[in-house]
Design a protein. Structure first.
Lengths: 245, 368, 371
């Protein structure tokens, strides 16, 4: 099997607080992997460790075949990332943001231009191309952030609650983009707390208090916990939580 | 009133939570007053001197020894020819070159006159004036001793008294200045940044639409900074008195009163800056950077205001630090009473009221 | 990759509502206004005279003082305490007291006395006032000898050391000439210190730094992209300085422009590097601002701006030795006024190079892409 992400006993402590407690899992190439959990369950921390933004306290992990302790810069070349908080440059125009990150990942002016044209067309963004990012509505911003995260064709893209705060229509469109990326061979690692979104994933893991309590396809999980939908699965597991938000 | 108090308490907790910033704010004035208090002095000391002596003789040797022995000068270098003078200055080896005439002692004996040329690096004109004066005095006194008995009987001897600061300690002049500068800059920065930050985050709007009147909201916001600034004032004063040995010649109480008024003006100034700017960076650049230069140069802290051209003298009136520094000099150094600083009190009170009224108006406009 | 990072930085600066205006307006305002304030030429000192003799000699002395360029008579006071009042009211700077029997004592060759009391709160000003007054009295003494000395004791047999004074580099003792290059240094330091100090921590507060940290941007390039815009800003500022100094104050460097450019480039690297270090360590914008403010104030005050480094106590000289601004201030004044060249400023050059390498290495190390 071709695993793009592996984690073995990955742990992160902040002082006495163990945010992530010995989690282990694998993500296969081309998979859409859902990472579920209540607020404060440790999802974001786990994801930041995989992206090389945060150093693990113990445990091992690889992303795209590189070690997350020692080869973080190599990991970074092969991933895309979209943070919970919108973090493109508000004071740059749409195309300028794309150019910046294209350039950072080693593309040249010509490639960037061709790909930007194509992207603008696909997103139906031609009008907005020359607008400052600050003036875009939130839904547009999130689509843009996702497009920038996969602009350089990374092996894996990490999405941290990508659809927070947007309306259901935009969410749906967003998931269509995710599917398209997966079809193009990009592995998607996505955290969310919308349980309907969990249904869209190939496999999901559910984190409670820094540990992975369950990991399987939505179908198997529903069967195992004899639940009608993922929401019910989640309620059953999350009830065990000791942590307050 | 109770509402106001609980609000003030909330603001205190808020500020105290950020321990690093509090530490920076309390430590900063301590280090600055000690550094500036000791290091800022305009007295002439250890000025580097080079000498050019074509023929060394008894008199030139004695003169150079005497100059070197004084605390004003260090003779660091002997140069061989007048070509080296320019180079000596350009390399910054010396600030003063003494050029003795050929056959100095012989000429003095036979012709009754011998020349010394003082060539000064006048890049800093005041230092140049002072040290040429000192070196001339040393030469003159050497000559007095030389002719000894032949003293001129028809002579006026000046008796010199330096009032208020007999040892001419730099700190006497700089402590009021540094006090005025540090207080206004830190106060203005603290308030303007804190309020603009709330504006940036949008929390200020929430406060302003609450049932409390804007003036109370604002008062509550600046109260913790007022307390913090009073602590800073006290530490600076304690250090000045016990470490820098600048005594408080006048009444401590008067000093406290004028200082609290001044702190209030400075906070109100910060408030005004915060109403004029939209981002923390802009607020900081105005209150920390742009304000620094006028406060430093137009407050009378360094340059006497009466020497400035008239337009600038008039302009200096709007610098609060100018009035405060003048008041602190009068009370702390010259030991005068409250009546001597009535003008300063009135001007600062007027400034405080004006600043508060303008800022409140601005805040109200934002609300409507 | 650097190309793209630089484009980003320049676009952001250009689009900021405040910065481009600041970069031009700040140096212009400071250089147009403040050199006029920075005059420490002590002229027009105010003097109160208490003349208890009212004789022709006392009047002659008074006349000599008033007709000098330095003093302006505030008032004739009846007593010392009245004169002291005008010092307290800040109307006068120095008191000259001429005692009764002044003239009698001179003529009888008993030696007369006068009392001088200067307001020394500002030691510099008091000292200079005293210096001028004493030298006027000495001149008066010299004329007394000529007038009163009996011919038999004629001065021919007294040998004198004649002192000639020559002021170089600033013959007219113009204080503005001393301050303009210094103000250029101050402006450059403030802009190229404050702005970098907020640039990284600002991205931290906005969250945009995340997107950078998760990308393969090498730390060195990221820091370099932050530094280079300040080179450009700094060079704009220094050129504005050159133009204003020449057009308004008729001041051109006695040395070469390229010496100044060369040092400016190294110096900007130094202060901006320090700013970036602060930005890396600061947890919030507010902290960054206070820390850079602290450093800037200390650097400026201990730079020899208007109090000579030579006059400082030994330990403070050591502190000043770690002040990059001090070296650049020395360079600027030396090139502008004395025409020094790079070889003559090798000490300052070495110091600034050492600082810039040190600060920028720390800036790269302290920029953390992961926590």
């Amino acid at each position: 099997m071709d695993n793009v992400i592996t984690a073995t006993n990955l742990t992160k402590q902040f002082g006495h607080f163990t945010a992530v407690d010995q989690i282990s899992f694998e993500v296969e190439r081309g998979e859409i992997f859902g990472f579920l959990g209540a607020n404060g369950a440790g999802k974001t921390t786990a994801m930041r460790m995989l992206c090389g933004l945060s150093k693990p306290t113990s445990g091992i992990g690889t992303v795209a075949g590189f070690d997350i302790h020692t080869q973080t810069e190599k990991v970074k070349k092969n991933i895309g990332y979209m943070s919970q908080k919108f973090s493109l440059y508000d004071d740059l125009k749409v195309w300028e943001n794309i150019e910046l990150f294209g350039g950072i990942y080693g593309m040249n002016d010509q490639d960037i231009k061709v790909k930007t044209d194509k992207l603008m067309y696909e997103l139906n963004f031609e009008k907005e191309r020359n607008m400052l990012v600050a003036s875009l509505p939130l839904g547009f911003k999130q689509k843009l952030a996702f497009s920038v995260a996969i602009f350089h064709q990374p092996q894996v893209v990490f999405l941290d609650e990508p659809t927070g705060g947007v309306d259901p229509v935009t969410r749906r469109m967003f998931w269509e983009m995710i599917y398209k990326a997966a079809e193009n061979g990009i592995t998607v690692f996505v955290t969310t707390h919308y349980m309907d979104e969990a249904e869209y994933c190939n496999r999901v893991s559910i984190m409670v208090d820094g540990r992975i309590e369950a990991l399987d396809s939505p179908k198997n999980l529903k069967a195992h916990y004899s639940a009608k939908n993922m929401d019910e699965v989640f309620q059953k597991l999350a009830r065990k939580s000791q942590r307050k938000e | 009133m109770k509402q106001l108090l609980s609000f003030v308490r909330k603001e205190f907790y808020h500020i105290l939570r950020d321990k690093t910033t509090i530490l920076i704010l309390l430590l900063m004035p301590i280090i600055q007053i000690i550094l500036f208090g000791f290091a800022l002095t305009t007295e002439v000391k250890d000025t580097r001197v080079a000498v050019l002596i074509p023929q060394s003789d008894e008199i030139t040797t004695k003169l150079v020894e005497r100059i070197h022995a004084s605390s004003y000068f260090d003779v660091v270098n002997t140069i061989q020819s007048s070509y080296e003078i320019q180079k000596t200055f350009r390399d910054s080896q010396a600030k003063l070159v003494l050029v003795f005439e050929n056959d100095f002692a012989a000429k003095l004996k036979h012709d009754g006159i011998a020349h010394i040329q003082l060539i000064a690096d006048a890049t800093d004109p005041n230092a140049a004036t002072s040290f040429t004066f000192y070196v001339s005095n040393i030469i003159a006194s050497y000559q007095q001793d030389m002719i000894g008995t032949m003293k001129n009987p028809y002579q006026i001897t000046p008796e010199v008294k330096m009032l208020y600061n007999p040892q001419m300690i730099g700190a006497f002049n700089f402590v009021p200045g540094v006090l005025g500068m540090i207080l206004i800059l830190i106060c203005a920065m603290m308030t303007s940044i804190a309020i603009v930050r709330e504006k940036e985050k949008g929390t200020m709007e929430i406060l302003l639409v609450s049932p409390m009147r804007p003036i109370y909201t604002i008062l509550a916001k600046i109260t913790p900074y007022f307390v913090l600034s009073c602590i800073n004032f006290l530490t600076i004063i304690i250090l000045s008195v016990f470490v820098l040995k600048v005594p408080i010649a006048g009444s401590f109480f008067t000093l406290v009163i004028i200082s609290m008024l001044y702190i209030f003006v400075a906070l109100a100034l910060g408030l005004l800056i915060s109403t004029l700017t939209e981002s923390q960076v802009a607020a900081m650049l105005i209150s920390g950077m742009a304000l620094m230069i006028p406060v430093m140069l137009l407050s009378g802290m360094i340059f006497p205001i009466e020497n400035m051209p008239l337009p600038l003298q008039i302009f200096s009136n709007v610098i609060p630090a100018r009035w405060y520094i003048s008041a602190v000099k009068l009370v702390m150094i010259q030991g005068l009473g409250f009546s001597a600083i009535i003008k300063e009190m009135l001007v600062l009170s007027f400034m405080a009221i004006t600043l508060i009224v303008i800022s409140l108006k601005k805040f109200k406009v934002r609300l409507e | 990759m650097l190309k793209y990072l630089l484009r980003k930085e320049f676009r952001q600066i250009k689009r900021n509502a405040f910065l481009p205006r600041l970069i031009f307006a700040f140096p212009l305002m400071v250089l147009l206004v403040f050199p006029w304030a920075a005059s420490y030429e002590i002229k027009n000192l105010n003097i109160s005279i208490v003349d208890n003799d009212q004789s022709s000699f006392s009047k002659a002395l008074t006349q000599k003082i008033i007709s000098s360029n330095y003093f302006r008579l505030t008032d004739y006071s009846v007593s010392y305490s009245a004169a002291l009042k005008s010092i307290e009211a800040q109307k006068s700077d120095i008191i000259l007291q001429i005692p009764a029997n002044f003239e009698k004592n001179i003529i009888n060759a008993q030696g007369a006395k006068v009392m001088l009391s200067a307001n020394a709160v500002n030691g510099m000003k008091g000292g200079i006032a005293m210096t001028y007054l004493v030298s006027i009295i000495n001149e008066f003494n010299a004329s007394l000898i000529k007038d009163l000395m009996p011919l038999s004791k004629s001065t021919t047999n007294i040998s004198t050391i004649q002192i000639d004074q020559q002021y170089r580099f600033n013959q007219n003792l113009n204080y503005r000439v001393f301050m303009v290059p210094a103000l250029m240094v101050m402006i450059l330091s403030l802009l190229c210190g404050f702005l970098p100090a907020v640039s990284i921590v600002f991205e931290k507060e906005l969250g945009t730094i995340e997107q950078m940290n998760v990308s393969p941007v090498p730390k060195v390039l990221f820091i370099l992209a932050k530094l280079i815009p300040f080179w450009v800003i700094g060079l704009i500022v220094i050129n504005i300085g050159f133009v204003v100094a020449w057009a308004v104050y008729g001041l051109v460097p006695a040395g070469h422009f390229y010496t100044i450019y060369f040092f400016t480039i190294i110096y900007i690297l130094t202060v901006s590097g320090l700013g970036l270090i602060i930005s890396n360590f600061a947890q919030s914008l507010q902290q960054a601002m206070f820390i850079i403010f602290f450093f800037m104030l200390v650097f400026i005050m201990l730079s020899g701006l208007y109090t000579p480094i030579d006059s400082m106590p030994e330990w403070a000289k050591w502190v000043a030795a770690f002040n990059p601004l001090k070296y650049f201030m020395e360079v600027m004044r030396a090139v502008y006024l004395k025409g020094s060249d790079i070889l003559q400023l090798w000490k300052q050059l070495l110091a600034l190079i050492a600082f810039s390498i040190f600060f920028n290495i720390i800036a790269v190390i302290s920029y953390r892409k992961s926590s």
